[in-house]
Design a protein around this ligand. Sequence first.
Ligand code: PLP
Length: 422
Amino acid sequence: MDYFQIIDGVMHVEDMPLTRIAEEVGSPVYVYSQATLIRHAQVFREALTKAGINNPHIAFAIKANPNLAVLKVLAGEGYGADVVSGGEMRRALAAGIPAKDIVFSGVGKDDAEMAAALKAGIGQFNIESEEEGRDLAALAETLGLRADAVLRVNPDVDAQTNAKISTGKAENKFGIGLHQTPAIYGRLAALPGLNMRGVALHIGSQLLNLEPLETAFGKIGKLITDLRNAGHSISHVDLGGGLGVRYKEGDVPPHPDEYGAMVARATKDWGVQLMFEPGRVICGNAGVLVTKVIRVKPGSGNTPFVIVDAAMNDLARPALYDAWHDFEAVSPTGDRFTANIVGPVCETGDTFAMGREIDKVIAGDLAIFRTAGAYGATMASTYNSRGLVPEVLVSGDRYAVVAERIEPATILAAEHVPDWLA
Ligand code: PLP
């Protein structure tokens, strides 16, 4: 459930009309609902606890939405953070998330990032290769520390999602193959700089089916037994994120309650601290991208192009993954038409939808792309020398700009012409 709805003919976020935000902040603009974030965070946690999972460690996957205010809201709900870069760790700390609640994932942590994370005292490193584990152990020893760590396993399961966000197949770059895990785990556990305490997995994002996850968890259960039989003490298992959300009619993502029940079933004999890294399910439907129609141009046949002021650099998912985002007028008239929705960027990839039936809009109208709270603003670029879109957080009848618009002039100011070209 979210808090975006038409009230008196105008799309509101909670009690705030989007027309007011567009007027005062301009467009395009990302708008997030605080009440929706809180609700999703609570529903996810309750789903786990209702299923009997005691004291789950929930680390919000910051990559989905790293805005500081969003992180602050989730910190208030007791969420930790799953980070994949030094920059993300900095944000988590800046939002007041305790270092001990931060998990560091990702295949390419460099020495500077790992040293900073060790010094900050983060809670856990999710190691993705033996080489990374050795580097981390050496850094920790130099600092006189011992890093709490788990080994990310690649269970070779097809998550049945878009290939670009599928992470648990043997050919993907993530984790260690199951057959290699016991030997590598044993060698890493012997290093004085590491406290190896378990395993992690994350098989992909936008999962609409729980079966691949349950299959993967089954493999992990067997691995835990093997590792324990080899004398290792396994106290922590990080089950990653991946739960899908509804982007379009017909998407039926599993309810968090179904996920919780499946997790409880699959892990009932494990006797470990379970950890989770949800991203999209927390923030996806808590945000929209507000855009303005620049003009409507005739297209081939009877299908016009609705040219909006948002583009692929602002919301990359359609160009990257052929992703669908519902498009709705902020002040719908009830009329509908079939149109192609495109942005101003100079490539055909800058297309949000082709031949889609949508609310009838004309030049100057405001509209939203829904479900833009995850992997939206965070993936924005400045392609075509466009600026970066601002972000707004709404709570009830008030709003705040939580990320300023970065104008093209600011980006240009960071570039320099060398002396020899002056
Ligand atoms: N954990 C890891 C290691 C990830 O790579 C991702 C996203 O790809 C997530 C968690 C969050 O996934 P989602 O947003 O699908 O919950």
